[in-house]
Design a protein around this ligand. Structure first.
Ligand code: SF4
Length: 1013
């Protein structure tokens, strides 16, 4: 039999050759075996072959190397092996280290055992024996470890059994049905895999398709070729298939990784509109699980389906993390710290009412501090019991009940007789404490399965100890992944550039995060077996171990493959900041090199020059799109003026001439006369409702500010909200910063910060996020550095001070958020608009509100809070509704109610942080409006309804009398009114005069004014 290696220039040639080999069979039912690099490649190639065969494909068998090794070993005479339950390898290694006499290694050093496991796996995959290693600790450990794994089944043991002499050639022939084997999509092989290939080629004919995009001898395919040539009698041929033309390439950079992911999502939507199916698009990167999460979140925001090639690490998901912490609390009770316990009790994956107790982490934190709890589950329980004897605090009783329950479970685990018994206790605890939400069913099932598998240790004869249980569960949950339930066709493929998707052809490939030191990566050496030691072993056994310094070659090869695997479009990008909290990042040399193609020498490799030449698109950070503000009206009602030369003539009788030129002049003169009348008239805003077209004020929604304006001066309300006039704004002084821009800037930073929690929520609780200053500082820096941020800081001379002021306000805001998070609050939605939120007033009527809530928070107990943030020292009073000075809190309560929140579960907070960082807060509980008072002391709710009834009456009767305030002569209401020029200077005197002759007209308004005083 033989091994033929056919060198191909790119993945397209590989696919074409594979199709030809499948078509060359003498009959469509002749068996064909294909060995792929990954399960995903197998799936993609099967689909490609099926399409090439016109929809029907038979007798094509696909394997991955480990599948084939297992199949062949099973048909030989493999030794008896027991499967290791998850995490058992680490426990076994720790026990083994305890029994060894080591020279340099400290067996109990944290991190030694997991690092050793990686090194030992490398040595096994290099098919080395302890004799191949130099004298020392590694050799001692490897020798002892081989004895332990001799009877255990794991991934490496499948290769070891397959290449052992106990597996005859006939077993390979039987596993492959006697048919030849084609190898496709494999670029590098470990030594044990090469030995497997050599064994297979002795039993059947093997034809290996090897894609080598360039002639660099350091590239993984050419290294593999070199090793196979040395170890086997391989025949090497070069494929006549030419290189296919490359897809158009694009490059861009963005401000931060989230913006980069969002830009990709928007481009993928565009591809979808052009008819490219989402599963024909891939995002490949080398940024690990956080990169996967970030891209998946961006695509989810754009409603684009996603399939994560590498799955999700269980411990990095919220239910997995909460479960892992619970196991740690129960299995290591003496090392539990108070803060860790309280943090876990505020975890979002916990049940809202574990053990039928409503969670109140904020109250419990206070009680824990008062009771002097510090660490140790059982010690804390005793301290809390003593404290409760004295305080009899209800919250303390609940916390005591939970800590007692955890303590009892922990003691039961200590006394457990077997791994199976311990697994049952842990599963019970999970069921009682972790919430099984619909979106986390799969994840929780995976956690339960993993813990159930611990029972397998009993079959190995291992005794149960809590320490071993802790090690096993930690390793299992941190190393296992859960797969998305949808398969390849499920959406945009996201995964590692050097992972299972390597070499698969997609219509569009996005290479993300192609930044310096990320791709190609700056590799770190194995701390236990450095590159020099590995090179010394390789000098005796060629290509046995991979060197970490060669990692860059793998990344460069992955880059070349990505570029050639894109059928219609290839896009590469990086973000100019390394992360949301990181520093500046530069483009990878790979991008600069690719984008410099065919440019003159002086422009090559310069990011700026490539950007100027249009080769690299620089996506700017978004700025403030609009400059409008509620207090900055644009047009004046009286901005027009008549200046007719005719009227200037000395001989013209202007008074007679004017009505001829301008017929409405008569009405103007009439109006002027009526303003001096004793009673209020339509020229004072006392209108006949019929005059206003379609006037149904109770059927439309009003902003809280509109109704507050009405209560202040109904005429101002009429001008602004009924006829839509806008007053002349006070000119902005160039040497002062605009307060409203500053206010908006702070709001924008805080809302961006809350929104960006989306990217961290899989591995951070809201408390952890809010408690760390770095996230908010990163968002603040980003926005302050942008054009819009700089503009809001005012003149350059004061910008540094303004920036400090912003940072001071933000820091206080963040601390307040962290304190609230500790109390069990977390954000639910940001910038929530509402319309039609109604509140009932007398006569079966209702007033309707519309507007926007800065943020809605939710408490673990189910309460909802509408939060409004202010950067001024005097925010609107939450109880301002009793006199009509502020309807904001009422409108927000109605909005919460409109969203289905019961009034007793709703509350409103006005939170103000002034320039010095002083925080003040006012809270209005919804249930306070449901109480009843007496005639002498009406309740808040009754006063609200009375005030709103007056407003509703006045609106319905179209009573828009100008109200200059009290005393009328001083006109306090007019001081900051943008319509002052429409009201004559004698308005105060006239109001006093008319109010005396027509008191009925102003009685209700005056009653509101008195309430305000
Ligand atoms: S100037 Fe005074 S009276 Fe006239 S609309 Fe403004 S607040 Fe009302």
């Amino acid at each position: 039999m033989s091994l033929t290696i056919e060198l191909l220039p790119d993945p397209a040639a590989n696919d074409l050759r594979l199709t030809q080999l499948a078509a060359d069979r003498s009959t469509p039912l002749e068996r064909l075996n294909v060995l792929y690099g990954s399960g995903l490649q197998r799936l993609a190639a099967q689909r490609m072959l099926t399409e090439a065969a016109g929809g029907g494909l038979a007798a094509v068998y696909g394997f991955t190397p480990v599948d084939l090794a297992e199949a062949a070993a099973r048909l030989g005479r493999p030794p008896e092996r027991l499967a290791w339950p998850p995490g058992a390898d680490l426990v076994a290694l720790r026990r083994m280290l305890d029994s060894l006499d080591l020279d340099r290694f400290d067996a109990h050093a944290p991190g030694l055992a997991p690092a050793l496991l990686r090194t030992l796996t490398d040595l096994r995959e290099a098919a080395l024996s302890p004799d191949d290693l130099p004298d020392g600790d590694i050799r001692t450990v490897f020798g002892a470890w081989r004895d332990i794994v001799a009877t255990v089944e794991d991934r490496s043991s499948r290769y070891e059994d397959a290449i052992s002499q106990t597996t005859p050639d006939a077993a390979y022939r039987e596993a492959l049905g006697g048919a030849p084997l084609i190898v496709s999509g494999i670029y590098d092989l470990t030594r044990v895999q090469r030995l497997l290939l050599a064994r297979i080629s002795e039993a059947v004919e093997v034809h290996m398709l090897l894609v080598a995009p360039d002639d660099d001898p350091r590239s993984p395919p050419l290294r593999t070729l070199d090793a196979l040539r040395r170890e086997t009698a391989a025949r090497v041929i070069r494929s006549p298939i030419p290189t296919s033309s490359r897809a158009p390439e694009r490059y861009f950079s963005s401000g931060d990784p989230t913006a980069e992911a969002d830009e990709m999502a928007s481009r993928i939507l565009g591809l979808g509109r052009d008819g490219i199916a989402f599963h024909r698009v891939a995002i490949l990167h080398q940024q690990g699980a956080p990169g996967d999460e970030r891209h998946a979140a961006s695509l989810a925001r754009a409603d684009i389906p996603v399939w994560r090639v590498g799955g999700r690490q269980i411990a990095a998901t919220p239910p997995g993390h909460a479960s892992l912490v619970l196991c740690r609390l129960l299995l290591a009770p003496t090392s539990v710290e108070r803060s860790a316990l309280i943090d876990w009790l505020s975890h979002r994956s916990l049940r809202d009412r574990p053990l039928d107790i409503t969670r109140r982490p904020g109250v419990w934190d206070r009680i824990a501090v008062e009771a002097g709890l510090s660490h140790g589950l059982h010690t804390m329980r005793n301290s809390l019991e003593d404290h409760f004897e004295v305080s009899r605090d209800e919250g303390g009783r609940d916390l005591l009940q939970i800590i007692s329950d955890l303590g009892e479970r922990s003691r039961a685990l200590e006394a457990a007789e077997s791994w199976g018994h311990a697994a049952d206790i842990l599963i019970d605890a999970l069921d009682d404490y972790i919430e099984n939400r619909p979106d986390s069913v799969v994840l929780l099932d995976a956690v339960r399965t993993t813990i159930n598998q611990l029972a397998g240790n009993d079959a190995l004869g291992a005794a149960w100890t809590t320490q071993d249980g802790l090690t096993s569960i930690g390793r299992a949950l941190e190393s296992q992944v859960v797969r998305d339930p949808r398969r390849l066709v499920g959406g945009v493929n996201i995964g590692a550039a050097t992972g299972p998707a390597r070499g698969i052809r997609y219509d569009a490939i996005f290479a993300a995060g192609v930044a310096e030191r990320v791709l190609p990566a700056a590799g770190r050496q194995d701390p236990l077996l450095g590159d020099d030691q590995r090179a010394a072993i390789n000098a005796r056994i060629p290509a046995a171990l991979a060197l970490q310094r060669e990692r860059g070659d793998s990344d460069r090869h992955a880059w070349a493959l990505m570029r050639r695997a894109a059928v219609r479009q290839f896009t590469a990008s990086w973000s100019r900041r390394s992360s949301a909290v990181g520093g500046p990042a530069r483009a990878s040399a790979l991008i600069l090199e690719a984008a410099s193609d065919s440019l003159p020498a002086e422009m090559r490799y310069s990011e700026q020059a490539l950007s100027d030449a249009g080769r690299i698109e620089r996506i700017a950070s978004p700025g403030v799109a609009d400059a409008e503000h509620r207090a900055a009206p644009a047009d004046a009602v009286d901005s027009s003026a008549f200046n007719l030369a005719l009227l200037q003539l000395p001989y013209a009788d202007t008074r007679a001439l004017l009505p001829e030129l301008w017929p409405q002049a008569d009405a103007s003169l009439h109006a002027r006369a009526r303003r001096s009348a004793r009673d209020f008239t339509e020229f004072d805003g006392r209108l006949d409702p019929e005059l206003i077209e379609d006037w149904r004020p109770l059927e439309q929604s009003w902003t809280p500010a509109a109704l507050e304006t009405f209560v202040t001066c109904p005429y101002r309300f009429y001008l602004h909200y009924v006829i839509g006039a806008r007053g002349e704004p006070a000119p902005q002084r160039v040497d002062r910063r605009a307060r409203w821009m500053f206010d908006r800037l702070v709001h924008r930073i805080l809302s961006s910060w809350v929104r960006e929690y989306e990217h961290f929520k899989t591995d951070r609780t809201w408390f952890e996020y809010a408690d760390s200053a770095s996230y908010l500082n990163a968002v603040a820096r980003r926005i302050l550095d942008s054009d819009a941020g700089a503009a809001a800081l005012g003149p350059p001379a004061g910008a540094a001070a303004a920036r400090n002021e912003v940072m001071r306000i933000l820091e206080r805001a963040r601390r307040r958020e962290a304190a609230n998070a500790r109390d069990g609050w977390r954000p639910l939605a940001v910038h929530v608009s509402y319309d039609g939120a109604q509140v009932r007033v007398q006569g079966g009527r209702a007033l309707r509100f519309r507007g926007m809530i800065d943020r809605i928070d939710i408490h673990v107990g189910g309460r909802h809070r509408a939060l409004s943030l202010f950067t001024e020292p005097d925010p609107p009073d939450v109880r301002g509704f009793v006199n009509g000075s502020s309807f904001l809190s009422v409108a927000h309560l109605c909005a919460l109610n409109q969203r289905g929140v019961a009034i007793r579960d709703a509350e409103v907070e006005h939170r103000a942080i002034d320039a010095d960082g002083a925080v003040s807060s006012q809270v209005l509980a919804g249930e306070s409006l449901a109480t009843r008072g007496g005639s002498a002391a009406p309740s808040d709710g009754e006063r609200l309804r009375r005030t709103l009834a007056v407003v509703a009456d006045q609106l319905e009767t179209a009573n828009f009398i100008p109200n200059p305030g009290a005393p009328p002569r001083n006109r306090p209401n007019c001081a900051r009114c943008t319509f002052e020029s429409t009201c004559t200077p004698d308005l105060g005197r006239r109001y006093q005069f008319k109010a005396r002759h027509d008191p009925e007209r102003v009685r209700d308004l005056e009653s509101l004014r008195r309430l305000r005083i």
